[in-house]
Design a protein around this ligand. Sequence first.
Ligand code: ZN
Length: 267
Amino acid sequence: MAVFIFLFGLTIGSFLNVLIFRLPENKSILGFSKCRKCKKRIAWPDNIPILSFLLLRGRCRNCNSKISFQYPLVELLTSLLFLISFFVYGENPLPLIYILFLVSLLIVIAFIDFKHFLILDSLILSGFIVSALLIFNFQLSIFNFPNCEIINCFFKDAFWGASFFAGIYLFLFLISRGKWLGFGDVKLAALLGFTMGLKNSVDIFYLTFLIGFIFAIILLVFKKAGLKTEMPLGTLMAGASILFLLSGFSFLDLINSELILRLWLKN
Ligand SMILES: [Zn+2]
């Protein structure tokens, strides 16, 4: 089963590459793969995830131009994240499918924002539609998710999650007049709040800034960037969300447990 999930992840990763390349260019996501340089159609033996990239040594068979490293990176990342999702959520098929959908969507959003500083409305909208359908169904109690706390949390307070998360970002957007973040980030925050609920949104908010802070320090230490280097916030938010979904690590719980520990020591 794990091997199947891994191979499934590679296939989906290969499709996510298509989305990441073509959506920002407004190209159809259907149609054959072509070399981005010479535009020659890529035959199926050269289109196998990871394997073809290695066999061709990262170069096009026709024009010998370099194939973007993004192809194997996204394929491998997707299959690894799918595998982890399977180990974390594997017992419940429906949550697993939802998590795989969210992880895929967040990978596409992260990569497009990283490359173009752009968060596409179509991606945000598809996230809202799928999540809303699940929430709707959940309230009709067609589905229930035993022993799956994070999932249960998702559907409780979608509204408050979206209001809180988008509210903070909208405030930052307005007082900076769009200099600190783009409006796309506000929409992504609304989607994340909607899908994860209020408590998880607070955690992802902290985690986003923690990851951003760590990256900023790494960049400064290696002197690859000055203080003015812009970081794609959408990429950070998507990364933080994936990390949170798959690790379940919670700052709020950590703070709570420490408070409880202190009270307990006092007594
Ligand atoms: Zn070529």
